[in-house]
Design a protein around this ligand. Structure first.
Ligand code: FAD
Length: 389
């Protein structure tokens, strides 16, 4: 049997493990976490709509179901020339066939320890919940949410989950009847955060900001964070009792230190078939890879899954296991998201030819919750996979 080693047990790595197994490969997945953290449904942990346990799905269950080997260890080094990887346990593995799906590192900012991120280490979602609960107990306060940029790779900027949690927190405070006691401000260095989603989505965001009495500080570069606020490069300051900040993605240090071909931000360069340039039999998928394509392109979960399935398909062709055309991820580049607001959601879609937004009061929120259930059930084969989802 052909062996493949998959690094990373996130959305991309798990999908790759499942699909490489379907293609007849023997699979070992190495992850530094024992669970798959389903980020799209993590936005509800801080506001108490979902629990950590419900979002962190045990990899062991998936490994048993799909009969792949699971190793919990951290990759510390990768050598493309020798085709080896080094693990924290000290083991060095030779891998003729490898899929890198270790996601993204984060940009560094001075004073980041004074912030919490909804897109960071999974445990931060629980710390955010603690902070929000304490702020509610306090009875009033100042809340600042924001995200940062990465000039070397804008596709790795992530703001959507920040808006989602912001709206969910607003909704929670309204339900408690105390929203008017909190100042809520969104900040970002770009003049129009969210512009990537298209003009209609941006107009919807602006309308909701006015309606819900949110403040904004846009177009100001962040200098540093302090215990009680954000300081901008122009010297102005935003006071805050709770700062939720999503740094843009950046290449992991162990990837940056490797001999792999990388873009300026430290993401792995691949061709349209997800093959790492110049290293036969090695693939990179999901947030770890450098995407090609239009300016508005974004790293998303559904694209990570397409890349995983394509890598498995293209590997099977390379190994002579089937005689079909290889599949490119480029034709699947789009922005597709159901932006949750706690009491509804906005369906947002953008591709090269159109950008649409469909407001979905109430039902949108429940659809996204249902997607979380569907995601887990379909990965365990308890529910058939719906094409495109
Ligand atoms: C809060 C949030 C909400 C989101 N909402 C949506 C949404 O609604 N729709 C959408 O399409 N996308 C959404 N996204 C984006 C989507 O979640 C990501 O694009 C997706 O998770 C990328 O998958 P990945 O497997 O490449 O990376 P990850 O999911 O980050 O997984 C990387 C994996 O690699 C492991 N790993 C990292 N370093 C090492 C190492 N050194 N050794 C071993 N293992 C390692 C990690 O533990 C992790 O398991 C959201 C993201 C966030 C953060």
């Amino acid at each position: 049997m052909k062996n493949v080693l998959i690094l990373g047990g996130g959305i991309a790595g798990v999908e790759a493990a499942i699909y490489y197994r379907k293609e007849g490969f023997s699979v070992e997945l190495i992850s530094d976490r024992s669970y798959l953290f389903i980020y799209p449904i993590a936005i509800w942990i801080p506001v108490g709509i979902n629990t950590f346990e419900n979002v962190a799905y045990p990899l062991e269950k998936l490994a048993r179901k799909h009969r792949f080997t699971l190793t919990i260890d951290r990759v510390t080094a990768i050598n493309g020339k020798d085709k080896t990887i080094t693990l924290e346990s000290g083991e060095v593995r030779k891998a003729d066939h490898l899929v890198i799906a270790t996601g993204s590192g984060k940009m560094k900012h001075v004073g980041l320890e004074h912030t919490l991120s909804i897109c960071g280490a999974p445990e931060q979602t629980l710390l955010l919940k603690e902070k929000i609960d304490a702020l509610i107990a306090q009875g009033s306060g100042k809340i600042a949410f924001g995200f940062g940029g990465n000039p070397n790779d804008p596709s790795t900027v992530r703001g959507g989950p920040g808006f989602e949690l912001f709206f969910n927190l607003h909704h929670k405070l309204e339900q408690l009847g105390i929203r008017d006691r909190y100042e809520m401000t969104f900040f970002a260095p770009m003049p129009e955060p969210g512009a990537r989603m298209g003009g209609k989505a941006l107009s919807l965001l602006k309308m909701l900001f006015q309606k819900n009495k949110f403040d904004s500080r846009y177009g100001k570069k962040i200098a540093h964070f302090e215990e009680k606020g954000v300081v901008f490069e122009d010297g102005s300051r935003l006071e805050s009792d709770l700062t939720m900040f999503i740094p843009a993605g950046d290449g992991h240090s162990f990837i940056k230190e490797s001999d792999l071909p990388l873009n300026k931000a430290g993401f792995i360069q691949i061709n349209e078939f997800c093959e790492i340039k110049g290293i036969e039999g090695w693939y990179a998928i999901g947030d770890a890879s450098a995407l090609e394509g239009p300016d508005w392109k974004a790293k998303q979960g559904h694209l990570a899954e397409v890349m995983a399935r394509n890598a498995a398909h293209n590997s099977a062709i390379a190994f002579g296991l089937k005689d079909e055309d290889p599949k490119s991820y480029l034709e699947h580049l789009n922005i597709l998201c159901v932006m949750d607001m706690g009491n509804g959601a906005g369906f947002i879609y953008r591709n090269n030819s159109r950008a649409i937004v469909i407001p979905m009061p109430i039902i949108g929120h429940w659809l996204k919750i249902a997607w979380g259930w569907y995601y887990k059930m379909s990965k365990m084969n308890y529910f058939p996979r719906i094409p495109g989802m």
